[in-house]
Design a protein. Sequence first.
Length: 255
Amino acid sequence: MEYLYQLVTANDAISLSSALVLIVLSLFTSLMTAMLGIGGGVLLLAVMAGAMPVGALIPVHGLVQLGSNGNRALMTLKYVDWSMVNFFALGAILGAVFASFVVVQLPLVMIQFAVATFILFLVWGPKPKAQEMSAIGRVSAGTITTVISMFVGATGPLVAAFVHRNNYDKMQITGTFASCMTLQHGLKAFVFTFVGFSFTQWAGLIIAMVASGAIGTMIGLKMLKRVPTEKFMLAFKVVVSLLALRLVWQAVESL
């Protein structure tokens, strides 16, 4: 029992009550993302920020999200637009390489304002005449969002806004978005491992959160199939916009 306690609390790095809250919240946020298409990762990050050491926050959140998005991608594999994912992956790799050489960071407040404005434009702005984003657009989406993820952390709303530019139905949005985020979080995990962060201490908590997240994803996808496409698309746009406005609020507060 003591061994299990140490595993879940990362050797007393966080309290048992906090660990249990995060495990339950992982289920809820995965359900939320599976059903609404977006939002769970940002909510989970916000709660984790108040429950664990700052130095472990982004890498642990990234690995949990890798598991959550990976599970959702596997469960919606037949709906994935692999053309989008392949070009996004190329851009994401280029973005990760570029970000590793960037020495001077832009002020966080500038990034928050810019990202929020860009998200709102992508979601509510005029759609291009083409039915799909061009290959260059898809590579650019991977590059831009991956570079920004190194500074901001949770870029799900921005990736979702790019995915929304394609004329997908609700299942294609869910599957393609999950696949793109799996790639991005995988790159993030690789970068943190490369720079020396040890995931071993947090492995127990991460595994428990990924497992509970998988249950939430299964429930959420079953609920998603019963939601009319029109209502899903509206909810998706509203949630993404609210997350963009949250970025604006954070930027204003930091001024």
